[in-house]
Design a protein around this ligand. Sequence first.
Ligand SMILES: C[S@@+](CC[C@H](N)C(=O)[O-])C[C@H]1O[C@@H](n2cnc3c(N)ncnc32)[C@H](O)[C@@H]1O
Length: 245
Amino acid sequence: FRRASLCLCSSLLQNCALNIWIWRDCVTGLSREERAYQYVLVHATPGDPDSILEAFDVWCSKVEYISNIGPKKGKILDRLLMEQSPLTVLELGAHCGYSTVRIARALPLGARLYSVEMDQRNAAIAEKIIRLAGFDDDTVELIVNPSDEVIPRLRADYGLERLDFVFMDHWKKSYCPDLQLLEGSGLLGKGSMIVADNVLFPGAPKFLRHIRKSGLYEWKVHRATLEYSKGIRDGMAELVYQGIK
Ligand SMILES: C[S@@+](CC[C@H](N)C(=O)[O-])C[C@H]1O[C@@H](n2cnc3c(N)ncnc32)[C@H](O)[C@@H]1O
């Protein structure tokens, strides 16, 4: 009996650890992202991107944190997109599709957004959110693969010739190598804009060192606070590619 109870305890502990690791609800079995999706599905209006973003913002500020760019830094992103009016956009890190919808709603007619997400579960939610917002495959294409595999194939597989705007919001350690891949791809032209979130928190020091040293960019950091928080200072880097001088 003792051995059986020990086994039961250890398997319960393992389950609990696994659930905490992927933030699964022990009652519903839903992940954090799925719970947010359920809330959005009930509270947002299909075909209305604004209402989808609002529902996410309510959930993430009042119920459970998800690392969406959020409304404050989102407004900076909106403004930069409006000013640039980019036709070809690349997003690295879609998560639940919050920033994807935010970008897509700011694009001019005929523009195309390629959004890269390597986690299949997150990508499945992002896909549902993007389509719920009313964006079809011609406007937003979700690519489910790691960025370092996708960037070198953007020309061959997706027929891209130039990227007007890149939004980086994936793992911070990938910012620098992926920026170098983009530079090597020849897809950045004079005036291409790269916006990178969280360069101060959690921080991307190698990325900042590279842009400072390379001399390839005019750049600045927009100071802000971490999404859905008041006290944690963060920043979003805005880079404009100048080309090789
Ligand atoms: C901070 S979340 C993105 C949040 C999203 N941009 C938003 O504001 O709504 C980071 C996401 O990047 C994805 N990711 C991390 N590294 C990646 C990589 N190298 N390639 C593609 N996706 C990546 C993670 O799976 C995660 O879903």
